[in-house]
Structures are given as C-alpha cells and as structure tokens.
Design a protein around this ligand. Sequence first.
Ligand code: A3P
Length: 315
Amino acid sequence: LLPSRPATPHSDMAEILPSLPLETRCPPFHLRLYKGFWQPEKVLVENIPAINAHFEPRPSDIFLASFPKSGTTWLKSLAFATLNRAVHSPFDVDHPLCRQNPHDCVRFLEAISFDEMEHEPHVLRSSPRVLATHLPYSMLPERIAGDGEGSMGRIVYICREPKDVLVSGWLFTKKTSSALGLDEQSYTLQEAFDLFCEGRCESLRRPGKVLFLKYEEMLREPASNLRKLAEFMGCKFSKEEEDGGLVDAIVELCSLHKLKSMEVNKNGCNSLAVRNEAYFRKGMAGDWSNHLTPEMAQKLDKLVEDALQGSGLDL
Ligand code: A3P
C-alpha cells in the first residue's frame, strides 16, 4: 500500500503500456512496472479501467486487501463466514464454504466481470459487500482509497512474513503454471527470489478505516483476531454467540485442515480457473527456512527493513 496517488488516468493505459518496463520471466503473465508495482498487463489495461468506469463503492463496503500468498484465502473465508453467520451457521454441514472455494464466496474486485454484472453472484448485491483485492493502494479508485470524507468503505489488510510469502508464491506459481502447460522446472527459486526482491511497501493512512492483520498473529491467536475482524466489519459477536461457541466454530470451519479436506478444495477449480488445492499448502510460519539460504534470507530482510523504514510498520 503506497501513499501516492496515480497521476495518469487509467484509461490512457493502453497508450502508455508499451513504454512501461516489461517483465516476461514471471509466469504465467507478462508484467509491466507502473507506479513502482509490477502488474499483469491485463490488470492495467482492462481490469483497472473497468473498475474505475463501472464500480460504485458504498460506505458499507469491506475490502480485503493483500499481497498474494499472505493469507487471502483464509481471510476471505473468515470474513465470509462471520458476515453471513445469521444466514449460514458455521455449524451447518452444508455451509457454502463446504461446497465452494473461498475465492468463489468472496470475489476479487479486479476479477469481476462488469459486462455481466447481472450474472455476478450475490457479491454485488449483498450488504455489506465484501470484496478482495490484490491491487496496490495507489491503484484503487480514489473513491475507495481517498483520504477525504467521500472515501468509501473499510479495508482489512493482511500481511505476512515476506520470506514465507516468497516461498509460498514460488511453489504456488510452479504448481499453477504447470497446469497452464508451462515448464515448472524452469522457474527456479533463485529467479523467484530475484523477482521478489524488486519491491513491496505499505502505508498507515486512514487508521480508523483500515484494519491490519498479521498472518503469524492469526496463526497464534485465531479467535481473538476473528473477534477484532468482526468488530471492525460492524458485526461484533454477541454474548449469546460467544456462549454458543460461534467464534470457535468459525475458526474451525475456516481452518486450513478443514478447508483442505473439503471435496471441492481437493478436486475442484474456482472461477479464476485455478485448481482449488493450490491455495492450501502448509499454512505455517517460518517454512521459508526449508527453502531459502541464509544469504537469501538476510538480503530479503534488509530490503524489507529499508522499505519499511519510517513507515511506522514492522513485520
Ligand atoms: P503456504 O504456501 O505457506 O502454506 P493466499 O491465500 O494469499 O494465496 O495465501 C496462501 C497461503 O495461505 C498458503 O501458505 C496456504 O497454505 C495458506 N492458507 C490457505 N488457507 C489457509 C487457512 N485456512 N489457514 C491458514 N493458512 C491458510
């Protein structure tokens, strides 16, 4: 999340795209460097202009923002189960999360097909709406990310130890790229490491409207982090719900072992055309030490430290 606002209207993107630095080594997309972030070409040329043209934010909207592989799937399932608990009890063996992958319960803002809006699931009709995004803060529409009174919605941002994000992303890309017919052996950890070292930033703007969650803290204390999330989303757990074990039931329903064991997540594909099983791996803190050399770890730690200096954030 970066504090700067884009100076270039996104509709001009198709024209300026060829002049932006190109990265072709990062399967499965071609990336372009824009405003300090590498983004898939399609996101810059199609998705961001579509969001700006068609998406009408509401004050009640909740955005789940994350860098890929930071715990997005988990956060989506927790937010969905919590917001919809009056309609779908987490004790229900037929809960939507038992039939659908979390990415089909909460959609990515940048993956919504605005041309077929009436066919989009409940996502755009429910209230409050909950949507996820991997877009950097500076690329969100002003009406969502702006500072002023007119800015809409609340943002939950989940972050994770960058070395685990790197390893998780590398293994995910290998797995999903081979499904797309790309050679997974050719995408080495060293290459992923070099690409990853090209940058990441966060910001503490709008503290009242942004909730920061840390993946590692959620692993340590899932229930208290879920309570924090529910309160922030405006649906605090009541005493009756607490006494009825609802918090623990949602934590259990959304746990890695539970979601991983669902048939839909073992053998299904989601609306992003990715095999669901690819989203569930170890889900632990510190798995990076099984993959990165001490030199790699040191270099990445230093980069992150430098990037976060003065931001008020630590990891
Ligand atoms: P690992 O690859 O380290 O196991 P994202 O959802 O942003 O794509 O992040 C994926 C990471 O979150 C993977 O980490 C995955 O195993 C982990 N994950 C997925 N579902 C989870 C859950 N319910 N609880 C905890 N971690 C989860």
